[in-house]
Design a protein around this ligand. Structure first.
Ligand SMILES: Nc1ncnc2c1ncn2[C@@H]1O[C@H](COP(=O)(O)OP(=O)(O)OP(=O)(O)O)[C@@H](O)[C@H]1O
Length: 587
């Protein structure tokens, strides 16, 4: 058993696609617009920031002109005052444009992050509850909540920096070349080295970021899983071994984080080196030209002070966008890794039929009590697995109460799930109230069904919030009624507005089951109740009480119960025995 705690965490990206039904549904990402590489509004923001950077060119020209005029002795205060005022005005305009562009880029990046989070959460919600390949909760939570944030600097910093880096150096060169072709050549020679090295480093940076992301997600998934099972781990004496595994994972994550940081520092160092080399070479050439030691490289003989100064002021500005690009280079690596991982959440897997219509308002006709008709029905969980149902037939009349009885693993829960339209089936038909269960109808049909699960999840929160589950149409009266009908008053009086712990900590098994009953009771319009072993693990008296309350709630509704409890089964109108060979003949 302890070896299970040492097994490598299965990372969702590593999982193979399993189900043929999965590919029947196109990937959700493709459905909801193929993800845009550039968020809306970002090109405009990048343009504004680029214009801000280009303003330095006239500023440098005015500065060089002012200094040149003073140095030539011809400049009175009046002559330099105007260029100085322009330099100041351009400086203000530049700062304002830069700030505006930055804000626009940040806003666009955040909007894109929200959009992608929305796609990922919708995709997760669209996975069938029967899908065993659903990403681990900790992995998905860490990816959507935390790691997705790395997209913001990627969109807000890297993409505008890339536009600047491809525009500003070119325009600068166009300004330098007519003055000195040697200075232009120095800049041209220094510049390409930067993108070449950045690209080489970039390949490794993305791979390292992806590894770090997967490791961090895996660690989160492992942590969440083990925290949930802390009591089991402690009871079985596996605390030390779990702690060791956690330590090993944390150490591995540390190493991967350091690898990413190393690459980030390396990329900055490479760029700074080449940028410094380019500026230094330009300064040396201008210095010797002004001293008269070099007289080649300019078009009209010697360089003047104004021309030399102008080129000197432009040289750092030529490299500035490239330096910015380098600083944002690891943002690109981690941002793209997060985008890929987030898109990965939307791919493959077993899709919940009718997920698109799941949030649509209630179906129109709740008046009639529905019947259930299953014909020539076949289902298996995966192609490699044997069929759970083959040519299966079952009819449950409207208002009838039926128990599904059979050995463990014969498919009782699976059958309830399929009646609820939680997974697509291979062959055959299911009709609810005469309506065929299909991708189009299943969401509306699900709203006619209430489900009392075998392993109900109790959320950390108040009892009231656990009953409403955020459903806006469930008011205080409905909660009170549900508490009364499920005989939860004593528990409610004890707990009141106090919080129930995660997973139902603070509630007994029977109380948790009553809470599930209360959740079902508030779904007043549901004409079908599907209950999966509602009395399992309860003492005879509690089981009897819960069965009585369930029967009262089920009065005038269609009820299908999966159970091993012969006493509960005996209370039903009919018992259906599942399990070969009867399964194929049942109903
Ligand atoms: N999500 C799933 N993916 C793949 N196989 C599954 C899945 N759920 C159940 N199975 C398999 O399908 C078969 C039927 O399982 P099911 O849970 O329906 O049985 P059951 O009759 O409800 O069992 P129990 O009485 O123990 O709850 C079992 O062999 C089980 O291993």
């Amino acid at each position: 058993m302890t070896s299970a705690f040492l097994e490598a965490a299965v990372e969702p990206a590593d999982l193979p696609t399993r189900n043929p039904q999965a590919s029947a549904e196109p990937a959700l990402a493709r459905d909801r617009n193929t993800p845009r590489l550039r968020p809306n509004g970002l090109p405009r923001a990048a343009m504004v920031q680029t214009v801000a950077a280009l303003i330095w060119i006239p500023q440098a020209a005015l500065l060089a002109f002012g200094v040149g005029t003073i140095a030539s002795g011809g400049g009175g205060l009046a002559e330099v005052a105007l260029p100085a005022a322009f330099v100041l005005a351009l400086g203000v305009a530049r700062a304002a444009l830069d700030a505006t562009g930055g804000r626009m880029a940040f806003r666009a990046a955040r909007a894109e992050l929200t959009r992608r989070r929305d796609i990922a959460t919708t995709a997760l919600a669209a996975r069938s509850p029967l899908d065993v390949e659903r990403p681990a909760s900790g992995f998905a939570a860490s990816l959507i909540a935390e790691q997705a944030e790395t997209m913001v600097p990627y969109f807000a910093r890297f993409l505008p920096a890339r536009l600047k880096a491809s525009t500003v150096p070119l325009v600068t060169l166009v300004c330098v070349f007519p003055i000195s072709w040697v200075a232009a050549i120095i800049l041209i020679l220094a510049a390409p080295l930067i993108p070449i090295f950045m690209a080489l480093i970039g390949w490794r940076a993305k791979a390292a970021s992806e590894e770090m992301l997967a490791k961090s997600g895996g660690l989160n998934a492992f942590l969440l899983d083990r925290l949930r099972g802390l009591a089991t781990i402690r009871a079985l004496g596996a605390v030390d071994i779990t702690a060791q595994r956690l330590r090993a994972d944390a150490e591995s994550l540390r190493r991967r984080t350091m690898a990413v940081l190393k690459i980030a520092f390396l990329s900055s160092a490479v760029l700074e080196f080449f940028a410094a080399l380019g500026v230094a070479a330009t300064a040396v050439y201008i210095g010797f030209s002004l001293l008269g030691s070099i007289d080649i490289g300019s078009w009209n003989g010697k360089l003047t002070l104004t021309q030399g100064l102008f080129i000197l002021l432009l040289a750092p500005a030529f490299f500035e966008p490239l330096r910015e690009l380098s600083a944002a280079w690891h943002d690109r690596a981690s941002g793209q890794a997060a985008i890929d991982a987030l898109d990965g959440l939307s791919h493959n897997g077993l899709v919940l039929p009718g997920w698109r219509n799941d949030q649509v308002g209630a179906s129109d006709d709740f008046a009639a009590v529905p019947d259930i008709r299953i014909r020539d029905f076949s289902f298996r969980h995966a192609p490699a697995q044997s069929s759970v149902f083959k040519d299966f037939n079952l009819t449950v009349a409207a208002g009838e109460h039926v128990a599904l009885l059979g050995p463990s693993g014969c498919g009782k829960t699976t059958l309830l799930s399929l009646i609820a339209g939680l997974a697509p089936h291979e062959n055959g038909t299911i009709h609810i109230a005469g309506e065929l269960m299909s991708d189009r109808s299943s969401a509306a049909l699900r709203r006619r069904i209430t489900w009392i699960g075998q392993r109900p999840h109790v959320f950390a929160g108040t009892m009231g919030s656990n009953i409403t589950l955020g459903r806006p149409d469930v008011g205080a009266d409905a909660i009170r009624c549900a508490i009364r009908k499920s005989h939860l008053q004593p528990v409610f009086e004890t707990h009141g507005a106090a919080l129930i712990g995660e997973g139902g900590a603070g509630l007994s098994g029977g109380e948790a089951m009553r809470l599930m009953l209360a959740r079902a009771v508030v779904e007043n319009q549901a004409g079908i109740i599907l209950a999966d072993e509602p009395t399992a693990h309860l003492d005879a008296e509690t089981a009897n009480d819960i069965a009585r309350d369930l029967m009262l709630f089920a009065h005038g509704r269609t009820l299908v119960i999966a159970t091993h409890d012969p006493v509960l089964a005996a209370r039903m109108d009919r018992v259906i025995r599942l399990g070969a060979p009867e399964q194929e003949l049942a109903g």
